[in-house]
Design a protein around this ligand. Sequence first.
Ligand code: ATP
Length: 441
Amino acid sequence: MSLAKRRGFVFQSSEIYGGLGSVWDYGPLGVELKKNIKERWWRSMVHERHDIEGLDAAILMHPKVWEASGHVSGFTDPLVDCKQCKNRFRADDPRIKGTPGQPDAQCPVCGSKGTLTAPRQFNLMFKTFMGPVEDQAAVVYLRPETAQGIYVNYLNVQQSSRQKIPFGIAQIGKAFRNEITPGNFIFRTREFEQMEMQFFVKPGTENEWFDTWRAERMNWVKGLGIREEKLRWHQHGKDELAHYAADAYDIQYEFPFGWQEFEGIHNRTDFDLSNHQQHAGKKLEYLDPKTNEKFLPYVVETSAGADRTTLVVLCDAYREEEVRGEEAAEGGEQRVVLKLKPSLAPLKAAVFPLVNKDGMPELAHRIHDDLRRHFNVFYDDGGSIGRRYRRQDEAGTPYGVTIDGQSTQDQTVTVRDRDTLKQDRVSTGKLVEYLTQKLAG
Ligand code: ATP
């Protein structure tokens, strides 16, 4: 967290006012990292497949959507208050000893006994009002998931894009949940971004597609460069399943605070479409053009958090290391480095004139101008070269391009690799090609 703040990945929202509970802002490096993850997802879901279309539905939706989806009645957590210290907990908080509401229950914060209220259901949806009158009829919700925007548009998308079942719709967008116990940095926040894909299939084929999507998603996650031993599956038990799901698997990562989900693959059956059909009074059946058969599709959902995935990538990349050899003398023996996959790194390269004289800055600026037409690159001429390398290590920048005395003679530069610390000499004319190859994948 300290690195994230210091280097401009993530800041607390409204920090000068003391912060807003569990809401975070992405700084210059964070916005690039998260954008790279989202673009990678979009590319693999939408651009590289013929059977998935993109969508960007609004955050605000007709309030009946949330009645139909079950969120008004069922998207709740059991809330417990301590009458003594006024803290709030989820009733299933593992730190609570005893049964809330009973004299034996003990508050995990102040330690008082018998002061915890019996659980009451708390709806996690944020409410606001549409129009000038703040009455019940004007209530609208900030969406708690992006999926519903897809369901209510599925026929629009299918018909306009002439897709045939099986096909999917993908969306990236903000979602909001008034979580009772948010925390762990950007792991559980009240405003977050989801990357969701709903795949519409013929009833009876959903189990096959469920397995296919589980495999696809795990492959994609591994493609982010995450260490495989830090990843595992978790199947939801009967008591864990969400109100809409018949089967669900989470992909979990071993965070510094334990194994936790960051993506879920769910068999949502025809739960959502049949409820919308009923509540809206509109037929949502698909007509199979080959067989003339009409049916309500089943849905396999892949639902990932963009922020949580960013946290996975950051945690997995973070290393504290000892450096040996020449660089240890120049930049110190300890370094913090983000070993981000180069294609995800916010900055792809940094350009350093070794010293600010002898024509080096002029050449360095020319190279910087040339590179930034292709990649997000950074120019740094402040401090010793070792210190400049260390600053880029912390930012996860995979390549350091140094312009030295030889460069002005023979138009070559050194390219230093963040992970191996090895340096290659590359001619300036070949630099873009060299970096393009290294950054692929
Ligand atoms: P949890 O059990 O952690 O609350 P969930 O099972 O409710 O999560 P889903 O409704 O399946 O989560 O949401 C899908 C994904 O959206 C999650 O895997 C996670 O990455 C992301 N997500 C959900 N809630 C939050 C949140 N409060 N903050 C950040 N990301 C979230």
